[in-house]
Design a protein around this ligand. Structure first.
Ligand code: AMP
Length: 414
């Protein structure tokens, strides 16, 4: 779990502001749900055969002996809230929302994989229109593009529905049963509980086994097949580049039909920036109405990592406009008022505290990235004129204290 502080925090703000702008554009409103939910929600929602539920949840009994879990992902909590507050009925025909916040998974930490990480995610409830599949994929892609990320790979697949998936699962079980000795021990377990997960196992021998296996997207029912074709054609029509990745299955049980993931060439082994899919039955399984839905989760730490690895200059302004330096403690009261006046005019300012040599003060001004230093001594207070130093241009001017804010504003414009 990581601490986040300046200057990194500025990057987070920037990424979040790009996200919020895009969300306004696409008509998604924010939802904030609690970090803690009843464990049962994730067992039912995420699925008890998934790695998340089996191995990765932070679960404990609270003082009332209820089993609680710190959310490992965003969708289950959002679905619970949507059902609990009848948000679907209120928002006909569809309810579109997004979330940003910390998630918790007890995974083996490595670069790009933490135990507390942050996800931005969107959900659109109440429609099975393939245009919404395309829209949701477009959102993820556009946000990453707007952050300047390149060499992205949008992987797309269809993982069927309760009509065609069970039939296909039998085929997969039959195929992989013939090569049990080549599969890793986890895949041997998956063979009985969740054979589709064998397809995204990273163990080379398992990868080799699944190369010639039957693929779900070749065995879709008519409804899933038509849906998949339409999603692909809409994405092509809006110029979102994608590849059909037949082995993409995603780690959560609730997905139906469309599954997708965006990866970056600028990340290491953990190269997925975000992923998601359609979940047409989750809302009703969690006690709500029938509401086909789709969403994704994007990992913010990985986005930050990709931005850094790609050396993207986001032109994030850092530093303060003004650093006020009282010559001695005697001038501090005067300076503090000056400081308050500048801030009231929207000029970001700091005042030096503690007596130091003038040289050290100027070093501090540089450290905080100040553009101007204002020095105030006894004489300046008497004359009502303060010394303003442009730190980059190494120029100095005497400025009437009453007009200081105006002077700084004009100088900043230049
Ligand atoms: P998932 O909910 O597993 O589909 O994950 C969605 C996205 O969240 C992934 O593509 C990653 O970018 C990010 N993510 C998932 N798990 C972690 C983790 N342990 N640490 C950092 N980011 C993660």
């Amino acid at each position: 779990m990581e601490d986040i502080f300046a200057p990194e925090a500025k990057l987070w703000h920037h990424v979040e502001s790009v996200i919020r702008r895009e969300m306004d554009l696409f008509g998604y409103s924010e939802i904030r749900t609690p970090i803690l939910e009843k464990t049962e929600l994730f067992v039912r929602g995420v699925g008890n055969t998934t790695d998340i539920v089996k191995k990765e949840m932070y679960t404990f009994n609270d003082k009332g002996e209820r089993s609680m879990t710190m959310r490992p992902e965003g969708t289950a909590g959002v679905v619970r809230a949507v059902v609990e507050h009848n948000l679907l009925q209120a928002a006909l025909p569809v309810f579109k929302c997004f979330y940003i916040g910390p998630m918790y998974r007890y995974e083996r930490p490595q670069k790009g994989r933490l135990r507390q990480f942050h996800q931005f995610g969107v959900e659109c409830f109440g429609t099975d229109s393939p245009y919404i599949d395309a829209e949701v994929i477009q959102i993820l892609y556009m946000i990453l593009k707007n952050l300047g990320l390149s060499e992205l790979n949008v992987k797309l697949n269809s993982i069927g529905c309760p009509e065609c998936r069970p039939v296909f699962k039998e085929k997969a079980i039959e195929y992989f049963s013939g090569m049990k000795d080549k599969l890793c021990s986890e895949c041997n377990e998956r063979l009985t509980v969740n054979p589709l997960r064998i397809y995204d196992c990273k163990v080379p021998e398992c990868k080799e086994c699944s190369k010639d296996a039957p693929f779900m997207s070749d065995h879709l029912c008519k409804s899933c097949g038509d849906h998949f074709e339409k999603v692909k054609s809409v994405l092509s029509s809006i110029n979102i580049p994608f590849t059909h990745d037949k082995s993409l299955v995603r780690g959560l049980d609730y997905y139906t039909k469309t599954a997708f993931e965006v990866t970056s060439k600028h990340l290491g082994a953990q190269d997925a920036l975000g992923g998601g899919g359609r979940y047409d039955n989750l809302v009703s399984e969690l006690g709500g109405p029938k509401a086909p839905s789709i969403g994704f989760g994007m990992g913010l730490e990985r986005v930050m990592l990709a931005v850094k690895n790609q050396n993207i200059d986001l032109k994030i302004s850092s530093g303060q406009d003004v650093y006020i330096i009282p010559f001695s403690n005697n001038e501090s009261d005067y300076c503090f008022k000056l400081l308050t006046g500048l801030r009231a005019e929207g000029i970001s300012s700091q005042m030096a505290v503690g007596e130091k040599k003038m040289g050290s003060h100027f070093k501090d001004a540089e450290k905080i990235g100040a553009r101007f230093a204002v020095v105030v001594g006894e004489n300046e207070i008497k004359s009502g004129c303060v010394a303003v130093k442009n730190l980059a241009a190494h120029e100095q001017a005497n400025v009437d204290a009453a007009g200081l804010a105006e002077y700084i504003k004009n100088a900043l414009k230049k």
